[in-house]
Design a protein around this ligand. Sequence first.
Ligand SMILES: CC(C)(COP(=O)(O)OP(=O)(O)OC[C@H]1O[C@@H](n2cnc3c(N)ncnc32)[C@H](O)[C@@H]1OP(=O)(O)O)[C@@H](O)C(=O)NCCC(=O)NCCS
Length: 154
Amino acid sequence: MSLQSSDPALITTTHLVKSEDLNHHQTLYAGRCVEWCVQMAYIAAENCFNEARPVVFMSIRSLSMRTPARLGEILRFEGRVDYIGESTIGIKVDAWKLQPKDDPRPVATGTFLFCTVDEQGRAVAHGLPALAGASSASQRRWKQDDLAVGRSPA
Ligand SMILES: CC(C)(COP(=O)(O)OP(=O)(O)OC[C@H]1O[C@@H](n2cnc3c(N)ncnc32)[C@H](O)[C@@H]1OP(=O)(O)O)[C@@H](O)C(=O)NCCC(=O)NCCS
Protein backbone atom coordinates (compact mmCIF):
# COMPACT_ATOMS: atom_id res chain seq x y z
CA MET A 1 0.00 0.00 0.00
CA SER A 2 1.38 3.42 -0.94
CA LEU A 3 0.21 6.55 0.81
CA GLN A 4 0.41 10.20 -0.18
CA SER A 5 1.70 12.19 2.81
CA SER A 6 0.76 15.79 3.62
CA ASP A 7 4.00 16.78 1.80
CA PRO A 8 3.07 16.36 -1.90
CA ALA A 9 6.72 15.75 -2.82
CA LEU A 10 6.88 12.77 -0.46
CA ILE A 11 5.21 9.41 -0.98
CA THR A 12 5.45 6.53 1.47
CA THR A 13 4.77 2.83 1.79
CA THR A 14 5.04 0.37 4.69
CA HIS A 15 6.25 -3.23 4.91
CA LEU A 16 6.00 -5.74 7.75
CA VAL A 17 9.22 -7.76 8.13
CA LYS A 18 8.13 -11.40 7.89
CA SER A 19 10.10 -14.63 8.31
CA GLU A 20 10.59 -14.99 4.53
CA ASP A 21 12.29 -11.55 4.50
CA LEU A 22 15.11 -12.60 6.85
CA ASN A 23 18.67 -13.70 6.16
CA HIS A 24 20.70 -16.27 8.16
CA HIS A 25 21.50 -13.54 10.74
CA GLN A 26 17.73 -13.31 11.39
CA THR A 27 17.74 -9.69 10.18
CA LEU A 28 16.16 -8.15 7.08
CA TYR A 29 17.75 -9.64 3.95
CA ALA A 30 19.44 -6.91 1.88
CA GLY A 31 17.99 -8.28 -1.37
CA ARG A 32 14.46 -7.87 -0.02
CA CYS A 33 15.26 -4.36 1.21
CA VAL A 34 16.59 -3.44 -2.24
CA GLU A 35 13.39 -4.76 -3.81
CA TRP A 36 11.27 -2.64 -1.47
CA CYS A 37 13.45 0.44 -2.07
CA VAL A 38 13.32 0.10 -5.87
CA GLN A 39 9.55 -0.38 -5.73
CA MET A 40 9.19 2.72 -3.55
CA ALA A 41 11.43 4.69 -5.91
CA TYR A 42 9.45 3.56 -8.97
CA ILE A 43 6.18 4.63 -7.34
CA ALA A 44 7.70 8.01 -6.44
CA ALA A 45 8.85 8.47 -10.07
CA GLU A 46 5.41 7.54 -11.45
CA ASN A 47 3.83 9.89 -8.93
CA CYS A 48 5.36 12.81 -10.87
CA PHE A 49 2.72 12.32 -13.58
CA ASN A 50 -1.02 12.88 -13.55
CA GLU A 51 -1.47 9.98 -15.99
CA ALA A 52 0.51 6.72 -16.03
CA ARG A 53 3.68 7.03 -18.17
CA PRO A 54 6.18 4.33 -19.24
CA VAL A 55 9.02 4.77 -16.75
CA VAL A 56 11.92 2.29 -16.62
CA PHE A 57 14.53 1.66 -13.95
CA MET A 58 18.07 2.73 -14.97
CA SER A 59 20.35 2.35 -11.96
CA ILE A 60 20.91 2.19 -8.25
CA ARG A 61 23.16 5.21 -7.68
CA SER A 62 23.70 4.42 -3.98
CA LEU A 63 22.34 2.13 -1.30
CA SER A 64 23.30 1.75 2.35
CA MET A 65 21.89 -0.60 4.95
CA ARG A 66 22.25 1.44 8.15
CA THR A 67 20.40 -0.42 10.94
CA PRO A 68 19.32 -4.09 11.11
CA ALA A 69 15.56 -4.70 11.04
CA ARG A 70 14.03 -7.76 12.72
CA LEU A 71 11.02 -10.05 12.49
CA GLY A 72 7.74 -8.24 13.17
CA GLU A 73 9.10 -4.74 12.77
CA ILE A 74 7.20 -2.40 10.45
CA LEU A 75 9.26 -0.32 8.06
CA ARG A 76 8.16 2.93 6.49
CA PHE A 77 9.75 3.74 3.11
CA GLU A 78 9.77 7.38 2.02
CA GLY A 79 10.41 8.33 -1.61
CA ARG A 80 11.00 11.84 -2.91
CA VAL A 81 12.21 13.35 -6.17
CA ASP A 82 15.84 14.49 -5.83
CA TYR A 83 16.76 15.12 -9.48
CA ILE A 84 14.98 16.02 -12.70
CA GLY A 85 16.78 15.66 -16.03
CA GLU A 86 15.40 15.81 -19.58
CA SER A 87 14.22 12.21 -19.63
CA THR A 88 15.53 11.03 -16.25
CA ILE A 89 14.12 11.26 -12.71
CA GLY A 90 16.28 10.66 -9.63
CA ILE A 91 14.58 9.44 -6.48
CA LYS A 92 15.89 9.36 -2.91
CA VAL A 93 14.50 6.66 -0.63
CA ASP A 94 14.83 6.53 3.16
CA ALA A 95 13.53 3.61 5.23
CA TRP A 96 12.72 3.96 8.92
CA LYS A 97 11.27 1.76 11.63
CA LEU A 98 7.69 2.79 12.34
CA GLN A 99 8.40 2.36 16.06
CA PRO A 100 9.84 3.78 18.18
CA LYS A 101 8.78 7.00 16.45
CA ASP A 102 11.72 8.97 17.84
CA ASP A 103 14.45 6.59 16.56
CA PRO A 104 16.64 8.88 14.41
CA ARG A 105 18.53 6.04 12.66
CA PRO A 106 17.37 5.02 9.19
CA VAL A 107 17.26 1.32 8.27
CA ALA A 108 18.36 2.08 4.71
CA THR A 109 18.99 5.03 2.40
CA GLY A 110 19.42 5.00 -1.34
CA THR A 111 19.19 6.88 -4.63
CA PHE A 112 17.67 5.46 -7.81
CA LEU A 113 17.54 6.69 -11.41
CA PHE A 114 14.58 6.20 -13.77
CA CYS A 115 13.94 7.20 -17.37
CA THR A 116 10.76 7.90 -19.33
CA VAL A 117 10.59 5.97 -22.59
CA ASP A 118 8.47 5.87 -25.76
CA GLU A 119 6.64 2.85 -27.24
CA GLN A 120 9.94 1.57 -28.66
CA GLY A 121 11.62 1.79 -25.26
CA ARG A 122 13.78 4.78 -26.25
CA ALA A 123 14.48 7.59 -23.81
CA VAL A 124 12.04 10.46 -24.30
CA ALA A 125 11.74 13.87 -22.61
CA HIS A 126 9.20 13.81 -19.80
CA GLY A 127 8.51 17.56 -19.74
CA LEU A 128 8.60 17.84 -15.96
CA PRO A 129 9.54 21.24 -14.50
CA ALA A 130 13.00 21.71 -12.99
CA LEU A 131 13.34 20.79 -9.33
CA ALA A 132 13.01 23.87 -7.14
CA GLY A 133 15.77 24.40 -4.58
CA ALA A 134 18.09 21.64 -5.83
CA SER A 135 21.79 22.33 -5.20
CA SER A 136 24.10 22.24 -8.22
CA ALA A 137 26.41 19.78 -6.39
CA SER A 138 23.56 17.36 -5.90
CA GLN A 139 22.47 17.73 -9.53
CA ARG A 140 26.06 17.11 -10.72
CA ARG A 141 26.23 13.90 -8.67
CA TRP A 142 23.18 12.59 -10.50
CA LYS A 143 24.77 13.35 -13.89
CA GLN A 144 27.98 11.44 -13.10
CA ASP A 145 28.23 8.29 -15.19
CA ASP A 146 28.07 5.23 -12.94
CA LEU A 147 27.86 2.91 -15.91
CA ALA A 148 31.21 3.56 -17.58
CA VAL A 149 31.53 -0.04 -18.65
CA GLY A 150 31.42 -1.67 -22.04
CA ARG A 151 32.33 -4.88 -23.76
CA SER A 152 36.02 -5.38 -24.38
CA PRO A 153 36.92 -5.57 -28.06
CA ALA A 154 36.82 -9.19 -29.23
C1 LIG B 1 16.74 3.62 -20.09
C2 LIG B 1 17.28 3.55 -21.51
C3 LIG B 1 16.11 3.64 -22.48
C4 LIG B 1 18.18 4.77 -21.72
O1 LIG B 1 18.71 4.68 -23.00
P1 LIG B 1 20.17 5.28 -23.33
O2 LIG B 1 20.33 5.19 -24.79
O3 LIG B 1 21.16 4.65 -22.42
O4 LIG B 1 20.00 6.74 -22.82
P2 LIG B 1 20.29 8.11 -23.55
O5 LIG B 1 21.71 8.16 -23.99
O6 LIG B 1 19.21 8.41 -24.55
O7 LIG B 1 20.12 9.11 -22.31
C5 LIG B 1 18.89 9.17 -21.62
C6 LIG B 1 19.13 9.84 -20.29
O8 LIG B 1 19.88 8.95 -19.46
C7 LIG B 1 21.04 9.64 -18.99
N1 LIG B 1 22.10 8.63 -18.84
C8 LIG B 1 22.50 7.76 -19.78
N2 LIG B 1 23.46 6.97 -19.27
C9 LIG B 1 23.64 7.36 -17.99
C10 LIG B 1 24.48 6.95 -16.93
N3 LIG B 1 25.34 5.97 -17.11
N4 LIG B 1 24.40 7.55 -15.75
C11 LIG B 1 23.53 8.56 -15.56
N5 LIG B 1 22.67 9.00 -16.50
C12 LIG B 1 22.76 8.41 -17.71
C13 LIG B 1 21.37 10.67 -20.03
O9 LIG B 1 22.15 11.71 -19.49
C14 LIG B 1 19.97 11.12 -20.38
O10 LIG B 1 19.49 11.95 -19.34
P3 LIG B 1 18.54 13.21 -19.62
O11 LIG B 1 17.69 12.88 -20.81
O12 LIG B 1 17.73 13.31 -18.36
O13 LIG B 1 19.45 14.37 -19.84
C15 LIG B 1 18.10 2.24 -21.75
O14 LIG B 1 19.29 2.31 -20.99
C16 LIG B 1 17.32 1.00 -21.37
O15 LIG B 1 16.39 0.59 -22.05
N6 LIG B 1 17.71 0.35 -20.25
C17 LIG B 1 17.02 -0.83 -19.77
C18 LIG B 1 15.88 -0.44 -18.83
C19 LIG B 1 15.29 -1.65 -18.17
O16 LIG B 1 15.17 -2.69 -18.78
N7 LIG B 1 14.90 -1.51 -16.89
C20 LIG B 1 14.36 -2.61 -16.15
C21 LIG B 1 12.91 -2.77 -16.39
S1 LIG B 1 11.98 -1.39 -15.80
